[in-house]
Design a protein around this ligand. Structure first.
Ligand code: COA
Length: 321
């Protein structure tokens, strides 16, 4: 038993924040942002829009593309680190919106790797025969936790949501998923506030996303290189066997480094970072949906999805679309 993607969707909030807008907010330039990151603009959720609102838009599109209704869904898994509230989790909130009742619904918290983790979890449930149809989402409102006075991080992030519908199939589909984490890097990229730890344990720690960008960059490049090797080796494939790379959209320079590792021309890499910035868990499913809908990705092609994020967490999925 395998799982395969039978529908994709994405949702972006309407409001667009350009590099020119950011020039008015912090001491930065369009030129600096573009050359260091590749980002030109990002979408920001309206004041009254939540992660669940964005997720709902993406899931409705994915379910419609898959031709399924609420009664067909056996499981809902949402990758997010910016939930509307601690509980009910975003999966449950989504159930209510979509009129889905009774199936398991939960969130997976793995920062920018959230969608890959959610996909890995749902794939396992389908493979073992417990679930026939699963909705898998990556959705974030990172703009809510970004420090809009910190030029070194606020220029990077944006909001959005992407979703896929997975269904049981005799052939892959999802060939393999590879999930990893190493908490020793917890201080390089974090958001300090939770529930049980109300008081930041360092005086200089503020209630905002905090990042040591340069160090994150270096670990991301080497780690993503390793996960590409691991995925190819696990499936006895050569790097030239991959048709499309769908990377986490954090930074154009990180994306290009992974493409080089795969010896892949940039025409075979789905890139949205210039339009969306880093949307964390939403970035991979949104890029996938874009390239499916514009006809670049075709049935039968081999896709390599990868992501890296706070934790650090990282992961990949090899998919025959
Ligand atoms: N505009 C202008 N200058 C900026 C700036 C901005 N938005 N942000 C930082 N700078 C300045 C710094 O203050 C520093 O100035 P200094 O040399 O006078 O001290 C200089 O630019 C270089 O800073 P540095 O952090 O070394 O730049 P960098 O080349 O590493 O690029 C990032 C910064 C954040 C773009 C890069 O490190 C990065 O992309 N890291 C990965 C982040 C990421 O992807 N995180 C999410 C992972 S899922």
């Amino acid at each position: 038993m395998y799982s395969r993607i039978i529908g994709t969707g994405r949702y972006l909030p309407e409001r667009v924040l350009t590099n020119a807008d950011l020039e008015k907010m912090v001491d930065t330039t369009d030129e600096w942002i573009r050359t260091r990151t590749g980002i030109e603009r990002r979408h920001i959720a309206a004041d009254d829009q939540t992660t669940c609102d964005l997720a709902e838009g993406a899931v409705r599109e994915a379910m419609s593309a898959a031709g399924i209704g609420p009664d067909d869904v056996d499981m809902l898994v949402v990758g997010t680190t910016t939930p509307d509230q601690i509980f009910p989790n975003v999966g449950c909130l989504l159930q209510k919106r979509l009129g889905i009742h009774g199936c398991a619904a939960f969130s997976v918290e793995a920062a920018c790797t959230g969608f890959i983790y959610a996909l890995g979890v749902a794939d396992k449930f389908i493979r073992c025969g417990d679930v026939k149809t699963a909705v898998v989402v990556g959705a974030e409102t990172l703009s809510r936790i970004v420090d809009w006075t910190d030029r070194s991080s606020c220029v990077l992030f944006g909001d959005g949501a992407g979703a896929v519908v997975l269904q049981a199939a005799d052939e892959p589909g999802i060939v393999s998923t590879h999930l990893h984490a190493d908490g020793k890097y917890k201080d390089l990229l974090f958001y300090p506030t939770g529930v049980s730890k109300k008081t930041p344990d360092r005086e200089d720690m503020q209630d905002v996303l905090t990042m040591r960008g340069n160090e994150v960059f270096k670990v991301a490049v080497s780690t993503l290189g390793r996960i590409v090797d691991e995925t190819l080796e696990a499936n006895d494939l050569d790097k030239h066997d991959i048709d499309w790379l769908i990377p986490h959209q954090a930074n154009m320079r990180i994306i290009k480094a992974t493409a080089r590792k795969l010896d892949m021309p940039m025409e075979r890499v789905i890139v949205t970072v210039q339009e969306h910035g880093n949307t964390s868990a939403a970035s991979v499913p949104m890029a996938l949906d874009l390239a499916v809908r514009d006809g670049r990705i075709k049935r039968g092609e081999r896709l390599l999805l990868e992501a890296f994020g706070g934790g650090f967490t990282w992961g990949s999925a090899l998919i025959t679309y």
